[in-house]
Design a protein around this ligand. Sequence first.
Ligand code: MG
Length: 281
Amino acid sequence: MTLRPVETWLTDMDGVLVHEEVPIPGATEFIDALKESGLQFLVLTNNSIYTPRDLRARLLGSGIDVPETAIWTSALATAQFLADQRPHGTAYVVGEAGLTTALHDVGYVMTDRDPDYVVLGETRTYSFEAITRAIRLVDAGARFIATNPDPSGPSQQGMLPATGAVAALITAATGRTPYYVGKPNPLMMRSALNRLDAHSESTVMVGDRMDTDIVSGLEAGLRTVLVTTGSTRPEDVERFPYRPTRVVDSIADLVAMVGSPARGEHGIDAGHDSGEGHGEG
Ligand SMILES: [Mg+2]
């Protein structure tokens, strides 16, 4: 099998480029190298709270300059999915600007009267009233969609309940489970590729979690790189029934790979790091 040269990079955000607001060393250089290379890239996040404009501002605050058009969120993927499935439909949304803006931009109408969908996203202002409304609408037949299955997320003060935890509440009340669009659903990767008009065989996905980033990249037919600056610890990599193409210490190790031929000295396919060789260079 001949591997195609890498023409497109997808990278997860939290745990790869930043920890919350704190940049991970090498992230700025990696994004700068991508921009200089002329290769296509998207920064992916399962978090549906923010619009790409918000996220660009947040990343810029951490010294990482990513164009707004190079950010792909689970909210955008969800909006694209709904626009494909049921163009110009209606939705009752529990979520923030990231989600409502994305749905509005694809021509959806927000309503709490007999919507096609109840769409649940990340929010920091869950209200009992809004959730009760969502439960009644799902019970009455609205299709239940959620942006991402993450049960919890990090914050400076400690763990926060996330979309998956609120979805579980609605499921307990209605007996209906949502369709989740974000990772680990490979739909998130496929929608990112479609956005760029890119091909899976010439694309690499970089992530910090085996059970979301790597598995969904794998299932979408991408080459995958695990960085060990986030969720998955190096010693746990070999326990999974699937492997990334490479394991590296951090995003800093990928700067030299950007623009390198696939099998070159610094290429993505050079060597077969499996976690055991991790840390040796
Ligand atoms: Mg991550």
